[in-house]
Design a protein around this ligand. Structure first.
Ligand SMILES: [Zn+2]
Length: 411
């Protein structure tokens, strides 16, 4: 939180009412921004404030003091109270973030690993960065309720903070990312673009593509029953897993007095369970083990691939380098899509992998693998051929492995 000041205010007293000041700053901000004149911000995190006379007060920072004069004594009092409130809020909010970061795994974003994330999904129990928070909002509040660690202080009860410290990103991710292919490039990172981020977060939480599944599959009744048993214990992670897997937080317990899981937890004195259930009373997670979801869950893949523009015949070694163009490619379900770049949502081309009749990998062919490209070919039922290239053998292996997994479903 900060106060914006025109440059010349640093030199002495200001004679502005709050409204006048806002208006003046706004006008100045626009005018001065055009003229390139600097506007000062005072961070509320590091200031002290004291009255100087009947209408005046002073804001003291480690670097400079700023003197203000209000229109009246009452206005001065209002100003001082507003500034003091801002200071309190700013400090309190930092306290929440730092408490939650006490759990080591909360110091990096649960989705992209960006450091010092200061947002959270309070029903999912994960700490996330600002960029991922934007994508969580798109999922809707039935899946993710997004709050800032620094701005929405009233939501951060002691129980909620304790819940985040007790569980933490690593444990929650052990559920949501249980089936993520290790070493694959599915997982987003700090610099991932908005499309990749949106896709990953949608797949992870809304579709539950990478989440842990129960074997054998549990019915809705079994999940609800397990939830009622779990909420009276200290095992909050077990409760989270059951709810994320589709257990109904508002199910009937069979107990005439404690008729909901929340009331059961309350009766047992389980504060963290109550807090989690409270934030998930309207949540709507997909039931685990949807038909075929176990088979298709791992097939998503994305990254850059080089592709030869003309596929009539395999070009010679030198021409191969010239003809290869870099595309952003994705494998979703049984389609391999190639895009001009990472930010375009509409693909330039789509290959139906259910039509593949042959996949040829060139791991060590010196005539093809010289230079930057490690190639493989895809032959379709329609007699079309696609030649792709990667920049290293690991990437070639991952891509061909992902394609083979899709093809195998149709054999
Ligand atoms: Zn993130």
């Amino acid at each position: 939180m900060s106060m914006g000041l025109p440059e010349d205010s640093q030199q002495g007293q200001q004679f502005l009412s709050r409204d006048q000041y806002r208006q003046s700053t706004s006008q100045r901000s626009q005018k001065d921004a055009k003229a390139g004149i600097y506007i000062t911000d005072i961070s509320m995190a590091m200031i002290n404030i004291k009255s100087t006379d009947r209408k005046g007060f002073e804001v003291i920072t480690p670097f400079r003091n700023f003197c203000f004069t209000a229109e009246s004594e009452r206005k001065r009092q209002e100003w001082m109270e507003a500034v003091q409130q801002s200071v309190v809020e700013t400090l309190a909010d930092y306290e929440v973030a730092e408490k939650i970061w006490f759990n080591e795994s909360n110091r990096s974003c649960a989705d992209c690993n960006a450091p010092n994330p200061d947002w959270a999904s309070i029903n999912l129990g994960v700490v996330i960065c600002k960029n991922c928070a934007g994508q969580h909002r798109i999922l809707g509040s039935k899946i993710s309720k997004v709050h800032s660690l620094k701005l929405d202080s009233p939501i951060w009860s002691n129980e909620l903070v304790e819940l985040f410290i007790t569980v933490g990103n690593a444990k929650v991710n052990s559920y949501w990312e249980a089936n993520l292919l290790s070493g694959s490039n599915i997982k987003i990172h700090e610099a991932s673009n908005i499309n990749h981020r949106r896709l990953y977060i949608t797949h992870k939480y809304k579709e539950g593509r990478y989440k842990k599944t129960f074997s054998p599959k549990l019915s809705q009744g079994q999940l609800n029953e397990a939830l009622c048993k779990s909420v009276v214990t200290t095992d909050i992670l077990e409760t989270m897993i059951l709810v994320f897997s589709g257990a109904d937080t508002m199910c009937t317990t069979g107990d005439t007095i404690n008729s909901t899981p929340y009331l059961l937890a309350k009766e047992a004195g389980q504060r963290l369970q109550m807090e989690f259930l409270h934030h998930n009373r309207f949540s709507d997670y997909k039931l685990s083990d949807l038909p075929n979801s176990g088979t298709l869950r791992n097939l998503f893949y994305c990254g850059f691939l080089h592709k030869v523009s003309s596929t009539s015949k395999i070009p010679n070694n030198r021409k191969l380098q010239e003809d290869m163009k870099k595309w952003w490619c994705t494998i979703e379900d049984n389609f391999l899509c190639y895009h001009e770049n990472e930010d375009t949502s509409e693909p330039d081309g789509v290959i139906d992998l259910s039509d593949v009749v042959c996949l040829v990998v060139h791991p060590s062919d010196p005539s093809l693998n010289s230079g930057a490209f490690f190639t493989f070919e895809i032959y379709l039922l329609s007699e079309r051929m696609f030649l792709f290239g990667t920049e290293n053998t690991e990437s070639q292996k991952e891509w061909t492995k992902a394609i083979v997994k899709v093809i195998l479903i149709f054999i």
